[in-house]
Design a protein around this ligand. Structure first.
Ligand SMILES: [Zn+2]
Length: 389
């Protein structure tokens, strides 16, 4: 068990979301080794593989235990459709999940074997959808850049080629869902994106489930992937999540100028705390400065310079984004201590709420600047002195 502090600040540096599918390949290797004639059979190697399979199964089941009752109920019809002979007809869908977890390893592996085939079939089914969403993303960027009065940096046009080469995988619903909102980006693993499979009792239902609500997730993760040099999804997670979601929603539903989740028409509440903090930080500043900076080519771009200048003008001190990040990160150990059961996402939300409240009620606690005019005068004097000498 990893100490909880070490989970920060890496919400998406996680094991692959396709564990169930991978375990089947390990089970196949074990079966193959055990079928070898005595002269070729290596008991040590076979024993190690067997251990790998057992610990993988234990991890997988532990991940599944994280699911809420609602999520377990959602999985019921899916599981039953794969292994109907495992359950009596009178077991309700809401109890199928728990009944599966109680099956012995052989039965569980058998379920995983069918699950792996279904996910592979499903991945082939939804491949054209994913490709269409990549096309959408490229087209959305093009439209947003527009004719000069844009809310996306003109340099973002470069993503057209890169998005086409994105490695987007379909993962186990139970695994992605036990930790995430249905998708995530893994920089260390081929910069891949993992999207959770669609659920349902039939191939068609699974396709429609995927089609219905995975497009925003895919665009959110594409934002992380394509603009990680402009806003680091790990280091400045509060801003990275805010902007990945805001831009994805704006591509889907419009209103790029409305940062506040409470004022947007889509009603989406994902990353609510982070987006509320961003709204407060940006209050009174043109939101296009933020969307252009975070879709520019790098943290030192001209667009970032313009945003930093606007923030400095508002708060009376430079490096506001780094300052907010430090402040959020400083509260994380505190909230880990007082909420040991909470997920990393929830902990960061609490820290973001706290910093937002401070910015709203007593900004000088965050900025260290009580008198903005005094700061401006001192800056003006300094710049005169620098010119003189
Ligand atoms: Zn994200």
């Amino acid at each position: 068990m990893v100490p909880v502090e070490q989970q920060y600040p890496a919400p998406y540096e996680v094991p692959p979301g396709t564990i169930g599918v991978d375990l089947v390949h390990i089970a196949d290797e074990v079966a193959w080794m055990e079928s070898l004639p005595d002269v070729d059979y290596d008991p040590v190697e076979a024993g190690q593989k067997h251990e790998e399979l057992l610990s993988g199964l234990a991890d997988f089941k532990e991940d599944m235990q994280q699911l809420t009752d609602l999520e377990r109920a959602r999985m019921g019809p899916y599981i039953r459709s794969l292994v109907p002979h495992y359950f009596e007809d009178n077991v309700p869908d809401s109890k199928v999940f728990d009944a599966l977890l109680k099956k012995d390893d052989d039965k569980f592996i058998e379920y995983l074997r069918i699950h792996a085939e279904v996910v592979e079939e499903h991945a082939r089914d939804v491949a054209p959808l994913i490709e269409a969403w990549e096309d959408d993303f490229i087209e959305d960027v093009r439209v947003a850049i527009g004719d000069g009065n844009s809310w996306v940096s003109p340099t973002a046009i470069r993503v057209a080629d890169s998005v086409r080469h994105a490695d987007i995988r379909v993962g186990d619903w139970a695994i992605t869902q036990s930790r995430f909102h249905g998708a995530y980006y893994t920089p260390s693993d081929n910069r891949s994106i993992t999207v959770s499979q669609g659920l349902g009792a039939t191939r068609g239902q699974r396709y429609r489930d995927f089609e219905k609500n995975r497009n925003t997730y895919v665009k959110h993760e594409l934002f992380h992937r394509e603009f990680e040099d402009a806003v680091d999804p790990l280091a400045d997670a509060w801003l990275g999540e805010s902007m990945a979601h805001h831009v994805a929603l704006s591509f889907e539903h419009g209103q790029p100028e409305v940062l506040d989740p409470d004022l947007r028409r889509d009603g989406d509440r994902i990353y609510y705390s982070e987006r509320k903090l961003t709204t407060t930080v940006m209050d009174g500043i043109d939101p296009a400065l933020l969307t252009r900076a975070t879709t520019s080519s790098k943290r030192t771009s001209r667009e970032w310079g313009e945003l930093d200048a606007a923030l400095e003008n508002k708060y009376g001190r430079p490096d506001m984004v780094s300052l907010i990040t430090e402040r959020v990160n400083a509260y994380i150990p505190l909230y880990v201590e007082t909420n040991p059961e909470e997920e990393p996402h929830a902990i960061r939300s609490l820290a973001a709420d706290r910093v937002r409240e401070e910015l709203e009620s007593k900004p000088w606690v965050v900025t260290g600047i009580r008198h903005r005019r005094l700061y401006r005068v001192s800056q003006a004097i300094r710049s005169i002195l620098e010119q003189e000498f």
